[in-house]
Design a protein around this ligand. Sequence first.
Ligand code: SF4
Length: 499
Amino acid sequence: MTPESPRLSKSRILSGLQCHKQLWWRVHEPDAPELVPDAALRNLLDQGSEVGRKAREYVPGGVLVDLPFHQFDNKVAATRDILQRDPPAPAIYEATFLADDSYAAVDILERGPRGYGVVEVKATNSLKPDHIQDVAVQVHVLRRAGLSVERADLMHLNPDCRYPDLSNLFVREDVAAPVEGVLLGIPDEIAAQRRMLEGPLPQVPIGDHCTRPHDCPFLKRCWPKLPDYHVSSLYRIERKRVLEYEANGYATLYDLPSDLELSHIHARQVRAVTAGRMVVEPALARALSEFVSPLAFLDFETVSLAIPRWDGCRPWQNVPVQFSCHVEERGRGLVHHEWLAAGPADPRPALADAVVAACAGARKVVAYHASFERECIRRLAEAAPRCASELQRIEQKLVDLLPLLRKHIYHPDFGGSFSIKRTLPALVPGLSYRDLKIGEGETATLELMRLMFTGDTMPPEERAELRVALLRYCERDSWAMVKMLERLGGLVGGQLELF
Ligand code: SF4
């Protein structure tokens, strides 16, 4: 260890386990723009912190090392003081240790009769392989710091827990055996990371490790910009197939030989791209006959909470909190219905009523990727049993626009995706999501949570603006389906018969 060597932390060691080049950048360019967490990551971190605080209630009586995140040395000193207390504390929350110039913080350190137990808390619904590495690094640092660690547990959220009974919110799994296995390689790995950090940026080829266990923040630096219509743009193509095509000298869809065996969707995609125009299968007309007027065009938005807060909800369950529906109504044409949760109270009963009222006269209910809408309708039926039979009828009327496109149409501008964000502007020129303040689903989810759970602390104008932005986003989804179906009707030589 030279005097200039940077101290490592558990999170840095873990990023080095994923890729040395990533660790090098994290250490030597800590202010890199790629390392600033985006809104989605901030949400995960916030919900993770909430889960961490909640977990302490399930291991009560501990003492919290209550210092800001970056005060590592102060946290180490505070942990030492708490360990020396007499009588000893049964547990320490956020206990922090330093050994061999590496820090590790433990969510919950339990004192046992013969030593200590490490409890790592994860805001996930299951145990993942990288969690074992995480605990192994902690156990390594604690043992090097002189602590006798005899147990290692992982506490993760329980997907079977249902609000309001949170007594089983967590599942606690003994991970000592796999941790001991991983531990064997940790000292050599840390030594290798230190040597690497003292040298220049290491050369690491790109590969599966760039996205496993997490997306590397430096993907754009390392991955080359691919040419348009690269073979990787084939719809849902497996990585090993892309590598195979590249190895055979096929870089883009134009290079693929005409006798290459392809799936129907890939063959249509290649035909459309090489011809430079949209391909429409003749069977589209028959498929469209399923969309029988009067139609309702339905779209939901959901939120997802690590710690459930409404009856019957499980950790991370998608809960519908907003909908938009354009409905064909006799004599009135297309009528728009919408509903958006106003605050933190359970939105589902009122939302269920509004959906039932909106879809009352529809023969078919159009959705885009209908399994999501189906799931939302079922969740609403559970939360509002008085509407269950009407909601079940709506579910039975669902017809899905996405597989209709996937099976019958490809436009070169789809770019290998059938997401509505790609298909809408290609099929309906001039209509997209680009003019909206909120233009994609992940942002909508985060903004919905902000509106519902912190809206009462916002200035009224900001709150009103956010509400309008969310309404317009959801409205665009249902309107997009209306316009796409109209276009499809035009493609088969007739106009869709809308009221
Ligand atoms: S993109 Fe891949 S190779 Fe580049 S730093 Fe990240 S993990 Fe390493």
